[in-house]
Write a protein that binds this ligand. Sequence first.
Ligand code: ADP
Length: 342
Amino acid sequence: MFRSIRIKLTIWYLFIIMLISMIFSLVIYTIITRELERGFRRVEMHFRTGEMGVFLPRQFLQREEINPQLIEDLKLAKNRVALNLLIVNGIIFGISSIAGYFLAGKTLKPIEIAMEEQKRFVADASHELRTPLTSLKTSIEVALREKKITIKEAKTILKSSLEDIASLESLTNNLLSLTRYQQVNGNIIFQTTDIFEAIQNAYKKIFPLAKKKNIVIKLKIFNLELEANKQSLEEMIVIFLDNAIKYTPKKGKVVLRLNLDKKDLIIEVKDTGIGISQNDIPHIFDRFYRVDQSRSKENVPGFGLGLSLAKKIIEMHEGSVAVASELTKGTTFTIKLPIKHL
Ligand code: ADP
């Protein structure tokens, strides 16, 4: 598809370049031939009046009065000019075709990459959506086929269906957030945000999960106002804390520490969890990337969207994120955010 668009774009480039080139050639041809005619007339005039040193007015030297040899020479000179302009146009056509094709390729490349990414995104998202949907459909179909179903069995089925629905809800929320941040494209609204408050709000959201796993969360934080998008900042903190809890075995420890580095705020989220292998670290921020969970005892829910979302939020804030991890020992995410935006 892109090949035909590239050719079409090349043709358009060529059309515009050749149109300009032809107009220029026509103007040049008119100027040169007019100058030539004027020159030839002057020569003819010189021949006739040269001895006397008298110049005759132009109307005395009409074309038909000019020496036929000179008219022939004038014709030849005009033809040569036309031929040279034609050759120049031919060269321009050749060069423009190659340059146009190359430029069209360059222009279309980012669009091609974006479209490829979009296609992959839709395919991955559909795949992820299908899994809970299939499970939901199967359990309902099995329940319907059952002639005598007890209340207890029905409740179990409803409970598992509800879990699938919750999973679908979380996936669609993540997908919506991702598309929302993709559309932002730098036009983010920053407001004065207290990091202490943002962390407290995030903490409240993930506290039930930590309690369930008996994980202690230590907050070493202070009040600081920074220019940020409050909602997305909270969302980002939730993602890091949620992951730290999800990937830390029961009775583990998570520490969130704030630091200052010149004009930046440093947020460090450290856990005593399962860790990430060096091979996986370069990919964990990719959309839908999940590390093989077979090494962890529990099957951790998730779609591999959290960190890509967090990275998008950090980039929107012109910040950066680094990871240090050791398998079975734990992971530390270090997020650097500018306190003020210029
Ligand atoms: P999800 O958690 O939904 O799988 P994420 O994008 O948040 O997706 O994370 C991608 C992968 O990175 C996870 O599947 C997990 O394997 C790994 N990961 C993220 N945070 C941690 C952590 N704190 N400890 C260990 N592994 C982690």
